[in-house]
Design a binder for this molecule. Sequence first.
Ligand code: NAP
Length: 348
Amino acid sequence: MTGPARIPVGIVGASGYGGAETARLLLGHPGFELVAATARRAAGKRLAEVHEFLEGTTELVVTDEVPESLARRVEALVFALPHGEAARLVPAALGANPGLRIVDLSGDFRLDDAGEWERAYGMPHPAPGLASRFVYGFPEANRAAVRAARCVANPGCFATAVVAALHPLACRGMLRGESVVFAVTGSSGSGVEPGAGTHHPERAADLRAYKVLEHQHVPEIERQLRESGAESASVSLVPHSGPFVRGIFATAAVLLDAPADPQALEGIFRDVYGGEPFVRIRRGTPRVGVVAGTNFADVAVHAKGRRAVVLCAIDNLGKGMASQAVQNLNLLFGLPETAGLLHPGTRP
Ligand SMILES: NC(=O)c1ccc[n+]([C@@H]2O[C@H](COP(=O)([O-])OP(=O)(O)OC[C@H]3O[C@@H](n4cnc5c(N)ncnc54)[C@H](OP(=O)(O)O)[C@@H]3O)[C@@H](O)[C@H]2O)c1
């Protein structure tokens, strides 16, 4: 007995963490079939040899096929490449198949202004102008636009956590001044290549800040918050490297115009996110361990006088990357938004 045909999808950059997590989700998805996985150094190996946890679930072999050729035999490509690489490869893929759907996990198409992109990423944009064909894939704010799009720029991991925390305040015109955000990421945020910042002895018993006020996600966060309704959005982001593998925990502090009742403020968050399948309003504190392996963003809001603090926990590899990409793929193809994504977390 054969079921309905599933939509063929390929992953470009399948040997990294984003590629691995996207593969895990697509291999269990009812509507998509993972038919191609590419990488350079891993070409020729079975995908399950590259990512041992996939053993027993796929016989797919990693190839070095170029996206231009892949584009002719799939309906969608997920690009899971370091920034600058997707922008180099996407134009030929779209040229080969103008109907192709794309979700890009990198920062390459999140900013329309090539000058702003160059300041954020420290290199000239390889395909200036192409970002205008991409919709910013934070579905809780941009669902209709994603549904109507062909190409999605998946938000950054810090950006997802910060936007999830502040979007309700922006929607209600309550975000007017400076937001100060302290955010901690797990080591998988740095990708699969070992480095000084991810080496276990350096990281496991330590906590430190990096890119203070200079993180490349700030422009996309401020842009989305303005589009969500903030009169002005100014975000001081202080990222930290945390002693865990998966997860981002963001603490956003905002000074409101007037004192807020804590319950009323929480009510605003429940209203704005009412019906959202992947945002859970929590009491007290969210926990990165609770959202690990899921597409959930857990959000809690606190208020005292004019001070509001919003806490948000996501899995950087999940809602911060691969599962949000699958949420966007579902929307691009008119599938149920939760298809393949409503599984519970792994612990505790
Ligand atoms: N890690 C996170 O938490 C996270 C969250 C959100 C967004 N992102 C973004 O998502 C993207 C992927 O991140 P990641 O953590 O998965 O990176 P990663 O672990 O470093 O993986 C990237 C993979 O791309 C492959 N690659 C590079 N150039 C290629 C090419 N031309 N063709 C095919 N494969 C190529 C690399 O293998 P070869 O060099 O051997 O080909 C590498 O395994 C990055 O832009 C990152 O900023 C990451």
